[in-house]
Design a protein around this ligand. Structure first.
Ligand code: MN3
Length: 206
């Protein structure tokens, strides 16, 4: 079974004025669909891996045949990360769950301090990659950035939220101003989705 581009849960212009429609369209129709196409093309000759979940492949790519390790890591990671990223955003405002909020406040002091720390991490990360809010092996929240399209599950982390730091995610509207992009993006975070990921983590751990 081939991988498919998931439907975007909103229109290209839905996240205006924070994220512009043209960037969203190119990001989804060109970048994300390109990763899906290349992943399918590359895996076509390796049908024995088709029943393994993409997340498992990404967390263990070095166990794959050498010829497809970087393909899965890069194109497969691009597909997984973007699929997750689209769901982390929504035009409707939503609330973080009390359970997750209390953990955020316990670890970061206040929600605003957490926001500052997240933005600082994302702005400070060098090059192309992703900044994540994850749960680590000890059940603690952690800010973590991965280069290129690497998956945080590789390091034992469970993802709750992510932002795309590749320039293709913001260059048309924000040019080199990554801080402005991340600050604008913060307004469209889907806190319901993020909170659901934390619930899923709790279910998985119990
Ligand atoms: Mn991207």
């Amino acid at each position: 079974m081939a991988y498919t581009l998931p439907l975007l849960p909103y229109t290209f212009s839905a996240l205006e004025p924070y994220l512009d429609a043209k960037t969203m369209q190119i990001h989804y129709e060109k970048h994300h669909s390109g990763y899906v196409e290349k992943l399918n093309k590359g895996l076509a000759l390796y049908p024995q891996w088709k029943d393994v979940s993409l997340e498992d492949l990404l967390c263990n790519w070095e166990q794959l045949p050498y010829e497809i390790q970087q393909l899965v890591r890069n194109q497969g990671g691009g597909h997984w990360n973007h699929t997750f990223f689209w769901q982390c955003m929504d035009p409707a405002s939503s609330q973080i769950s009390l359970e997750l909020l209390s953990l955020v406040e316990k670890q970061f002091g206040t929600f605003d301090a957490f926001k500052d720390a997240f933005i600082r991490e994302a702005v400070g990360f060098f090059g192309s990659g992703w900044t994540w809010l994850v749960v680590d092996r000890l059940g603690q929240l952690r800010l973590y950035s991965t280069p290129n399209h690497d998956h945080p599950g590789r390091f034992g982390f469970f993802p709750l939220l992510v932002v795309d730091l590749w320039e293709h995610a913001y260059y048309l509207k924000f040019q080199n101003r990554r801080l402005e992009f991340i600050t604008a993006w913060w307004n469209v975070i889907n806190w319901s989705f993020v909170s659901e990921q934390y619930t899923a983590y709790r279910v998985k751990e119990n």
